[in-house]
Ligand binder design. Structure first.
Ligand SMILES: [Zn+2]
Length: 438
């Protein structure tokens, strides 16, 4: 089907082009009433705060197109001789996983006409196209499984059940998910979203030097490293991130590990640090290699508790938290009631409020762009404690964070020192989360 148009962004009221749309059609970005523009130009308009995005997923997707162009070429590729060697080894059955994937890539999994399925088109929306875009940006070749899950979780159960009961395609395979996945794949081809999927590259592992192809890494590896930084082969990742050997058992070894890690990451490590994506995101390759080597010898949390009684005690004994607090440039570093490390007593006050009201919260979620981190995520919302308001650098960063939230439709709850003067004021500010929990 020709001429499928997708509206990715609109110029906002600050520009002379207010209301003018940016359309994606036939593999090109078009200015409404004008000519074709590049993906980079779209991002340049965005950087100048000229654009509104109907769905944040489209923005991530345009960024992916641009970053893919940069990426291919930025990585050192193994020689073709080594790639051929790796393929041969895989074919000989010594590495089934690689071979299965090389084979799988060559096999078409969906048909062009899957996108024309009227039973799915009946309930399909632009918001769901944005879900495809977002998953493509985030997961690349891994996207179809992830996007299908997201679509299924976003749609009301009645709609999906009614569709599955009436679509003859579903009846032929007895399972709705593959039909939906093939629709998603074909739809992405049809409206041009697939253009942001690059081929998995052959790489040399930054730790052991082995040659591997990026799509031998599973979704959990991609989530940990970020799809632009798949620098390590699967065996190395397994060994460093999920170590089975308990190399670090003695009191002395644990304290040394905690001190080294604290220096490496520039802050006191939380108990969950090694499990999170923030180990590898927003740092350069040298730091990622250093962190892999550190994590390989990390102690098991249970062992730390056994030796020191608690993670907190281990931190104190390592000299990282003198009696639970220590001064930093931003204030007094301290621990919240639930063990979360806080960089100021203001942060601790907020963290303790969330904890004491039974509100699940995640520390330091990444903003979708800019390399910034928020203080907390509760559900889909961000909470920031802007404790240094009035400082001009800090205020510029605050402004940029607010802009990112607007662009990505993230609800940002900004807490200021004045909100902390009483429990009632803070409760009022954060009460929105109480209603959501109920
Ligand atoms: Zn390796």
């Amino acid at each position: 089907m020709e001429g499928v148009q997708m509206e990715v962004a609109t110029f906002n009221a600050t520009t002379g082009w207010a209301g003018k749309r940016i359309i994606y059609e036939g593999g090109r970005f078009l200015l409404e009433g004008g000519g074709a523009i590049t993906a980079q130009a779209v991002l340049d308009y965005d950087r100048q705060e000229y654009l509104e995005w109907p769905y944040a997923g489209f923005r991530e997707w345009v960024e992916r197109i641009v970053s893919n162009t940069r990426l291919v070429g930025a990585h050192k590729q193994p020689s073709s001789r080594r790639i051929e060697e790796a393929k041969r080894t895989a074919a000989e059955g010594r590495d089934d996983e690689t071979w299965r994937r090389i084979q799988g890539r060559a096999r078409p999994r969906h048909r062009q006409r899957d996108a024309d399925n009227p039973h799915i088109l009946a309930w399909w929306t632009l918001a769901l196209d944005a879900v495809l875009a977002e998953n493509i940006a985030r997961w690349q070749w891994y996207w179809p499984d992830m996007a299908t899950d997201d679509v299924e979780s976003m749609m009301p159960r009645e709609v999906l059940e009614k569709w599955a009961a009436t679509d003859p395609e579903v009846a032929t395979v007895y399972d709705a998910s593959p039909v939906l996945m093939h629709f998603c794949q074909s739809r992405a081809d049809q409206i041009g979203l697939s253009a942001a999927v690059r081929e998995p590259l052959w790489r040399e592992c930054a730790l052991c030097g082995e040659v591997f192809v990026e799509d031998t890494l599973s979704d959990s590896r991609i989530a940990r490293l970020g799809v632009e930084h798949l620098d390590f082969c699967d065996p190395c990742l397994r060994q460093c991130l999920w170590p089975t050997d308990d190399l670090c058992k003695s009191e002395q070894a644990i304290l040394e590990y905690l001190r080294e890690l604290s220096v490496e990451i520039g802050r006191v490590p939380t108990q969950q640090f090694a499990e999170g994506a923030d180990v590898f995101l927003d740092v350069d390759l040298d730091a990622r290699v250093r962190r892999m080597r550190l994590l390989e010898r990390r102690p098991k949390v249970a062992r730390v508790r056994e030796v020191f009684g608690s993670w907190l005690n281990a931190l104190i004994q390592a000299g990282l938290l003198e009696d639970g607090t220590r001064p930093t440039a931003r204030g007094t570093q301290t621990l919240a009631l639930d063990g979360d490390v806080c960089l100021s007593l203001g942060e601790k006050t907020i963290d303790d409020w969330l904890f004491s009201h039974g509100i699940a919260h995640e520390r330091e979620p990444a903003y979708p762009e800019g390399g910034y981190r928020a203080d907390w995520r509760v559900g889909q919302d961000f909470i920031e404690y802007f404790g240094l308001a009035g400082n001009s650098d800090y205020d510029a960063r605050t402004k940029e964070k607010k802009r990112i939230c607007r662009a990505h439709q993230i609800n940002l709850v900004a807490v200021f020192p004045k909100d902390l003067t009483s429990e009632t004021r803070l409760g009022k500010k954060l009460s929105v989360f109480l209603h959501e929990e109920a």
